[in-house]
Design a protein around this ligand. Sequence first.
Ligand code: PBG
Length: 335
Amino acid sequence: MSDWKNTIDRTPLNLPTRPRRNRRSDAIRRLVRETHLSVDDLIQPLFVVPGEGREEPIGAMPGCAHLSLDRLAAKVERLASLGVPAVALFPALPDDIKDPVGTESANPEGLMQRAIRACKDAAPGVMVVGDVALDPYSSDGHDGVVEDGEIINDPSVHILCEMAVSQAEAGVDIIAPSDMMDGRVGAIRDALDDAGHTDVLILSYCAKYASAFYGPFREALDSAPRAGDKKTYQMDPANAREAEREAMLDEEEGADILMVKPALPYLDVIYRLREVSNLPIAAYHVSGGYASLMAAGQRGWLDADKALAEALLGIKRAGADMILTYYAERFAERA
Ligand code: PBG
């Protein structure tokens, strides 16, 4: 047992090259590093609730909270001081305000519109991404209007256009349609332009999959579909060529940035969109991807900070230029 050091064969192998030379020290590892993840790459999603002085932890998403507008403003100031370039807002509305056509979504004094203004007042340099879809406002919990059990495309798009213009009037910098209705990018571009908002960007959720990884988010917003699922509009997880088709369409319709969602386990889709488009590519490291690692970390099964940083690096390496992640603030604090 103790004399093994004298028994092993130390004859050098005649190797043409030794990749380990480039890993021998921290210095050489830094020099040969191919991918760098920085706070510049990250967008922090935030959940807004009515009221004041509310900062209520979200059970299924450790480290995330429901924020009232005053707390939201403080949070955005903090993110600005940490150098986070953007936030993405999602409103959590009480049920009694929801209806089948999401009327509240275009209310100029709605929670979302006030949240956008609060963010721009608190930290004008931080870009605000506005989610455009019906589900936070819909009594059916779907991203479009439900009629006789079907999600009807074109009427939904008209509503999404009004929602987008309303958010633009409130000062949003980026409109992010997450609904997956056909033709909504072009229609929203036209509606924004007609209303004089030619400078508002469109970040299109172009390849958004019908995924089980949205579970914690739906719990946070209480936005799960009341009936059925989202498979007639969100993509089949089995398909990658179809993502390229969606990307081409959204590019033609005037998207400024294309997004893949979830980011994990769809790294191949990020890679493919990077290959077929010259637009910037965003990826959404969604609630389930975040919560599962946080939960394992809480149980002591892995180091959640290291695992999350590694997951984000993988998403960047696959080809994402920017990542929406609930881990943005903590990443910035530790950077
Ligand atoms: C819906 C929407 C979803 C998410 C963002 N916007 C969920 C869904 O499609 O049901 C999920 C984000 C996450 O899981 O972090 N418009």
